[in-house]
Design a protein around this ligand. Structure first.
Ligand SMILES: O=C(O)c1ccccc1N[C@@H]1O[C@H](COP(=O)(O)O)[C@@H](O)[C@H]1O
Length: 198
């Protein structure tokens, strides 16, 4: 999110998390976001910075400016890097781009240093592709870490997700399929989902 009016209308729907993308190559880059508006969001909404191979200083800067509750890491961030962030008291969501040859064994290195995994579709742009991956691949995930399901999720996927019987499925990440344009969420479409919770 990055537009003030849009941030406020979506906040009224009471999502659990709200994401701000700080990957300069993204069409959703939130570098000009109104920091005061973000800081004043209700504490029930976890303010989440989304980064791709950013350095610690950059993450710390946005963490302070926006008072971030969580970071979502979409690059090749190492377990040691995740640990440094976690030791600073911020929630760490480590994203992995899933593809047919993804080595699920590599997740084991992150068990002690993240709060959540996020499984997204593997693409060169690191995220926001609007593409769905083959969720059957997640049968190879033998970890106990709760995860966000992500990657091109639209209304039609939500029906299927409601039937997934996996106690580790913690959250569903809604991004490009719920936008009017990059970075601007479609309030009317999201309201259809959130109205059951209001
Ligand atoms: O959305 C982006 O532009 C983006 C760029 C770089 C890293 C992550 C990005 N977004 C995240 O990507 C996933 C999936 O999004 P989509 O549903 O496929 O559009 C989601 O977690 C976004 O936060």
């Amino acid at each position: 999110m990055r537009d003030t009016a849009n941030i406020l209308e979506i906040a009224a729907l009471e999502p659990d998390y709200m994401g701000f993308i700080f990957y300069p190559l993204s069409s959703r880059y939130a570098g000009e976001v109104d920091a005061e508006i973000v800081r004043e969001l209700p504490s029930s909404i976890k303010k989440t910075g989304v980064f791709v191979n950013a350095d610690l200083a950059t993450i710390a800067k946005w963490g302070t400016v926006l008072q971030l509750d969580a970071v979502q890491l979409h690059g090749n961030e190492s377990p040691e890097f995740c640990l440094k962030l976690k030791e600073n008291g911020i929630e760490v969501i480590k994203a992995f781009g899933i593809h047919a040859d993804f080595e699920f064994k590599s997740l084991e290195n992150y068990l002690q240093v993240v709060d959540y995994f996020l499984f997204d579709t593997s693409t060169a742009q690191h995220g926001g592709s609007g593409k769905v991956f083959d969720w059957e691949l997640l049968l190879q995930n033998n970890t106990d870490i709760p995860f966000f399901l992500s990657g091109g999720i639209d209304l039609e996927q939500l029906d299927t997700i409601a039937q997934i019987n996996d106690s580790r499925l913690y959250a569903v990440d809604l991004n490009s399929k719920f936008e009017l344009s990059p970075g601007i969420k479609d309030y009317s479409k999201l309201k259809k989902i959130f109205k059951g919770r209001l």
